[in-house]
Design a protein around this ligand. Structure first.
Ligand code: HMH
Length: 207
């Protein structure tokens, strides 16, 4: 019996829903999010993406050769994304030189701990992190200005395709993994879902 990414999602449907449907995203759609709340998310997400880029580089270092194309594509997209974050922050007069809130710090530390797990677990976790943003920004439907480009960055169909390739790579590894490793992959998806929910919530915390 091998588990698949989709089976993991189905088992934890409720948790996954909380990771991808949140008042923050709804507030972007309805226009009820305040600039301060949005900016809080923005600078924290930049901090997160810096750590996420490092994690992806570590994953690449243990990936089989036939996974390189997809992972290198992801790293190239992150190069663009980090520069884009800097432009968006400058437009909003935000300093990106801020300390991480606790959730961001803990999520970053969790990404660091990935390196000590088998590649099958890392591949599954990577998929879950990207799927959370793809679905989170896509599910609300059209998000009006000034947030349209933020929603498009992760909600666009090209990103959906990338996430599907990550899923195929994770499924391939899960198919050859021991039951223990499959369980660890499932637990990783649960943890990702919990962190994603908490991450949206940070926008509503005092900065
Ligand atoms: C918190 N999760 C969080 N931030 C992101 N930018 C992504 C996922 C997608 O890269």
């Amino acid at each position: 019996m091998t588990i698949t990414c989709q089976e993991i999602l189905k088992t934890h449907e409720h948790l996954w829903q909380e990771a991808t449907v949140h008042p923050f995203l709804d507030g972007c759609k309805q226009g009820t999010i305040t600039p301060e709340q949005f900016n809080t998310w923005l600078v924290q997400d930049y901090q997160f993406v810096v750590e996420f880029t490092r994690m992806l580089a570590r994953i690449l270092s243990v990936a089989p050769r036939h996974h390189f194309d997809v992972l290198l594509g992801g790293l190239t997209a992150l190069k663009d994304e980090l520069n884009w974050f800097q432009v968006k922050a400058a437009e909003r007069n935000l300093s990106l030189d801020v300390s991480k809130q606790r959730t961001c710090e803990e999520y970053s530390q969790f990404l660091e701990s990935f390196a000590r797990t088998p590649y099958a677990v890392q591949a599954t976790g990577l998929w879950a992190v990207e799927l959370a943003y793809n679905q989170g920004w896509q599910l609300p439907g059209h998000i009006p200005e000034p947030y349209t480009e933020f929603a498009d960055r992760w909600g666009n169909l090209g990103f959906t395709d990338y996430v599907k390739l990550l899923e195929q790579q994770a499924d391939e590894m899960l198919g050859n993994a021991s039951p223990d490793i499959q369980k660890e992959a499932e637990e990783t998806v649960i943890t990702v879902a919990q962190f994603e929910k908490a991450f949206w919530q940070m926008a509503f915390n005092a900065t």
